[in-house]
Ligand binder design. Structure first.
Ligand code: ADP
Length: 208
């Protein structure tokens, strides 16, 4: 049995006196697609953002690849990829320029065309971000999460708002990333998405 790549134990998060996450425990194993499934407001994004070291927990313990997120958040950031909301990209830069920007932030040498190939966007290399369709924007945002060759990527509702064809194409992309050996943690409120994509899921409701 492999050691878990993510270990969450008794995680809690309070916003003021509101308990958004109430003592959550789960493990994610290397190479799997793990889903947090649940309705809006369940605490999925909060949980994800804590593991990503973007939000502080109230209590509990979280390790990623054996690293305690509280003790060494910088080391965690180096080995994870986070899909940002697509609103975060400079609309007037083209895809190669945006990937170069991300690579620069990570201090990584990359081959932008190879990354665009991997998300099926080679023919859009010179297009500006704002010129992409909704599905292409989502695919590109996943591409940016791959620039540092992460061990784990986190996708927060990756297909929300997409038409059925674009959703399908994103599902295939997520599977192909898994096949290259990357562990994937995603949130979704679609049962069919969880069923199609995930090896294991945790069902979340009201912080539990
Ligand atoms: P989900 O991703 O499952 O939709 P969230 O983690 O976004 O759930 O939110 C869980 C609960 O915490 C919701 O009730 C939400 O309103 C609340 N919440 C999220 N972020 C904040 C915040 N920054 N301040 C106060 N309450 C928040």
């Amino acid at each position: 049995m492999l050691d878990p790549i993510i270990k969450v134990e008794n995680l809690t998060k309070n916003y003021g006196d509101f308990e958004a996450v109430k003592g959550l425990s789960f493990e994610v194993y290397p190479g799997e697609i793990f889903g947090l499934l649940g309705p809006h407001g369940a605490g999925k994004s909060t949980t994800l953002e804590i593991i990503e070291t973007l939000r502080e927990k109230t209590s509990g313990q979280v390790t990623v690849n054996g690293i305690d997120i509280e003790k060494d958040p910088a080391a965690v950031k180096k080995i994870i990829g986070v899909q940002l909301q697509t609103a975060g990209f400079y609309p007037g830069l083209n895809l190669i320029e945006l990937l170069d920007l991300f690579a620069g932030l990570y201090n990584e040498e990359i081959d932008p065309m190879a990354i665009l190939d991997s998300v099926n966007l080679r023919d859009k290399a010179k297009a500006k971000f704002k010129e992409l369709s909704g599905g292409q924007k989502q695919r590109f945002s996943i591409a940016t999460s791959l620039v540092n060759q992460p061990k784990v990527i986190f996708l927060d509702e990756p297909t929300t708002g997409l038409d059925p064809q674009a959703r399908r194409s994103l599902w295939e992309l997520i599977r192909s990333i898994q096949q290259r050996g990357t562990t994937i943690v995603l949130t979704t409120n679609y049962m069919d998405e969880a069923e199609y994509l995930c090896d294991r899921i945790a069902i979340m409701e009201k912080g539990k």
